[in-house]
Design a protein around this ligand. Structure first.
Ligand SMILES: Cc1cc2nc3c(=O)[nH]c(=O)nc-3n(C[C@H](O)[C@H](O)[C@H](O)COP(=O)(O)OP(=O)(O)OC[C@H]3O[C@@H](n4cnc5c(N)ncnc54)[C@H](O)[C@@H]3O)c2cc1C
Length: 360
């Protein structure tokens, strides 16, 4: 019954025939990004349906204006005012498109909150994305950086996505292979940067999943709570607890999560570094010839953890998180980014690259 209602509502969203599209001018984007940076959108509209997207697309085409797709704004640094039509995505709905004895295929519209999709899966006891619970933001942004947490990435359950081409106005289905997923990376950050409005994402979940419990934090919580064989719900709850205790809530302290990616270096370069810094931390990389060094550890060792520079700084409990304590400008944030990059480079000779999308 619930499925039927969800399928019906979501179909309604996509086939909704009339439009309430309202395009506003000179809109302050501060409340639309979790770093709380003040920047103005030349034009701004909230999109609730595909019909509204098509209308906004035609309007922008006539004016020869680019379109910028905005989800929850939790992985964005607006470096200046945006000379575009900014479309805030609110196209919502979740459908079960196929179910067998062992698996379920969920299609979620792109403006749905990612955590709402995880909650839906966990409630049905379908596994595969529970470790990604509470990653902020929308479903549509999840493939852009192949979101990942606690040993799981979107690509592990991803089936396909449907996207609207902002150049031709046509729709295209992308398979996992075509998305070219990698560590916090996809084709939508390179070749197709800004080209597509992702409309929906389909994932395949398991009714008998092999839970990923290898992460130290998960193991510690399980043993603390005396749970030997956790179920999907218990894992999701543990993820919630870990994230609550470690990450600053953007509603209280403005931030965009991990600001930098962990650098991946060759095994020989790592061995040289290990001679100079025997206590250096590392993880295996998905690429067997590489080793991942945690950027948070590098930033901490370079002396930035908890240190403030005016209104910005690296979070006191996790040096990887750049925090806007009070009204920082994009310029001040960018100066902090360069300061940290330079500090890490001087100490370790390693370049750390932002994970956050810097929008010019
Ligand atoms: C406290 C905190 C914790 C976080 N933890 C994690 C974590 O554990 N793992 C992780 O991977 N990330 C994490 N992040 C980063 C962020 O949650 C993810 O990157 C998320 O996917 C961003 O979603 P969003 O809707 O806010 O995207 P936005 O910030 O709005 O957009 C990000 C990029 O995606 C593009 N985009 C957005 N929607 C679409 C669409 N429909 N079609 C095409 N392009 C689109 C935008 O143009 C932009 O380039 C965290 C962030 C915060 C603030």
């Amino acid at each position: 019954m619930i499925y039927a209602v969800l399928m019906w509502t979501s179909r309604m969203y996509l086939s909704y025939n009339s439009s309430m599209l309202k395009i506003q001018k000179q809109v302050d984007l501060r409340k639309h990004n979790t770093l709380k940076i003040a920047a103005k959108a030349a034009y701004f509209a909230i999109i609730y349906s595909k019909v509204e997207l098509q209308e906004a697309y035609a309007w922008a085409k006539k004016k020869n204006l680019p379109i910028f797709v905005l989800g929850g704004g939790s992985n964005i640094l607006f470096s200046q005012n945006i000379k575009a039509l900014v479309l805030k995505n609110e196209i919502k709905g979740i459908s079960v498109i196929k179910e067998t004895k062992t698996a379920a295929w969920l299609e979620a519209r792109s403006g749905e909150w990612w955590s709402t999709l995880v909650h839906f899966a966990v409630t049905h006891n379908w596994g595969g994305i529970e470790n990604l619970y509470y990653v902020p933001g929308t479903v549509g942004a999840a493939p852009v950086q192949n979101i990942g947490a606690y040993g799981v990435e979107l690509k592990d359950t991803f089936v396909s996505l449907l996207a609207f081409d902002l150049q031709s106005g046509k729709e295209k289905i992308f398979t996992a292979e075509e998305c070219k997923f990698a560590y916090r990376d996809s084709v939508f950050k390179h070749k197709y940067k800004g080209r597509y409005f992702i409309l929906s994402v389909t994932v395949k979940l398991s009714k008998n999943p092999k839970l990923k419990l290898d992460y130290g934090d998960i193991k510690a919580k399980l043993s603390e709570q005396g749970i030997k064989k956790p179920n999907i719900r218990q894992v999701a709850e543990i993820i919630r607890q870990i994230r609550d205790s470690k990450l600053p809530n953007p509603a209280v302290l403005a931030n965009a999560g991990s600001f930098f990616k962990n650098p991946e270096i060759s095994i020989s370069a790592f061995k040289k570094l290990q001679l100079r810094f025997p206590e250096i931390k590392f993880f295996p990389s998905a690429r067997p010839e590489k080793i991942k060094v945690p950027a948070g550890w590098l930033i901490e060792q370079a002396g930035f953890k908890g240190k403030r520079f005016g209104p910005v700084g690296m979070y006191e409990n996790q040096a990887l998180i750049l925090v806007n304590y009070e009204g920082a400008s994009a310029k001040q944030v960018l100066a902090q980014v360069r300061r940290v990059q330079l500090g890490v480079y001087k100490k370790f000779g390693l370049k750390i690259e932002p994970e956050v999308n810097i929008i010019n």
